[in-house]
Design a protein around this ligand. Structure first.
Ligand code: CU
Length: 327
């Protein structure tokens, strides 16, 4: 059983995360780039980059098929958003446990509200060279400090290897990680934003009842807890943090930035806190129409990294991990 802790409050877990990411970034997976239809000479996909590919594939899979992935896709803009990323995080955590040889390792979380309360969220121990490194520099905003900074002369330097072009086709690359902290958005969510997410007083007319997980039409326009946390309606929380970090974090290949996992771990913590208060209830159930296939209670979440899960099988993972503190 793992306990997930605040990355800024535990040096050992921070160092283990960094070490584990570097190992997964170097470790070959059983897959080749051609297995995923990626153009160019075949190359072996590393375990870490397999997560990037999986995320891109999900993001460009419209639900329903033939629809618009910007309205609803296999991992975002619909009810599956929270369970899908929970499965992804659990698989990352299991892979980190494996390479770290520590079955009790818990994926750490980044509570960005602490950074916002201190004033300038771009100035935080989180962005120090001892943790994630900071904002990028140069024409492409390439990160040059910290454990994931780019050093052309170092063959083992942290590299982005898979990304997408403007048509969401996967392309191979070999470059440094890119970030532009605070450029497209100057803030991250505040404690007040999180308090509002948990405000279960009877809503004024027209406002969502945040004790309900999600509502029709189950997409990026829906009101309710899921979309408030995902951050499409209104814009904020999860989405705001991606845009605040910018560059690689704004793309379908956003798991290229290790900060992705620490951010999403905090999103998962908020969902866990919500279920702890409001019950482990998910919507829609299996009676919802087939156009929602992929977002219903017992629809499979399929991954190249492990066995399929469903929302129902991940609603309660307290036997696998807990958080040191719930909101
Ligand atoms: Cu995502």
């Amino acid at each position: 059983m793992a306990v997930r802790k605040n990355i800024l409050q535990d040096d050992a877990v921070r160092e283990a995360f960094i070490s584990g990411v570097k190992q997964l970034k170097a470790e070959p997976s059983p897959f080749s780039t051609t297995d995923f239809g990626i153009a160019g000479a075949p190359g072996q996909v590393r375990t870490y980059d397999l997560f990037v590919i999986w995320h891109i594939l999900a993001m460009r899979t419209a639900v329903p098929p033939g629809g618009d992935p910007d309205i609803r896709n296999a991992a975002h803009r619909g009810p599956i958003f929270l369970p899908w990323h929970r499965v992804m995080l659990s698989l990352m955590e299991a892979n980190l446990q494996r390479v770290l040889k520590d079955a009790s390792f818990g994926l750490p979380y980044w509570d960005w509200t602490d950074d916002m309360e201190r004033g300038d969220p771009g100035v935080s121990a989180f962005w120090e060279p001892s943790c994630m490194g900071g904002s990028g520099t140069g024409p492409f905003d390439t990160v040059s400090d910290g454990p994931f900074g780019f050093d052309e002369a170092d063959p083992d330097t942290f590299r982005v290897r898979i990304t997408t072009n403007s048509s969401l086709n996967m392309v191979r690359t070999s470059r440094g990680l890119r970030r532009a902290l605070g450029v497209d958005e100057g803030r991250v969510p505040s404690k007040a934003d999180v308090d509002a997410l948990f405000d279960v007083r009877p809503p004024p007319d027209g406002d969502p009842d945040l004790t309900t997980y999600d509502f029709p039409p189950w997409d990026a326009s829906s009101i309710g807890f899921r979309n408030r946390l995902e951050g499409f309606n209104p814009f904020g929380l999860h989405n705001l943090v991606h845009v605040f970090i910018g560059r690689d974090m704004s793309l379908a290949s956003s798991p290229n930035d290790p900060a992705f996992y620490l951010h999403h771990c905090n999103v998962d913590r908020l969902w866990e806190g919500w279920m702890d208060r409001n019950g482990r209830d998910y919507l829609p159930d299996q009676s919802a129409p087939a156009i929602l296939r992929g977002h219903r209670l017992r629809d499979p979440i399929v991954s190249p990294l492990g066995p399929a899960a469903t929302p129902e099988t991940v609603l309660d993972l307290t036997a696998l991990y807990t958080y040191d503190r719930l909101p």
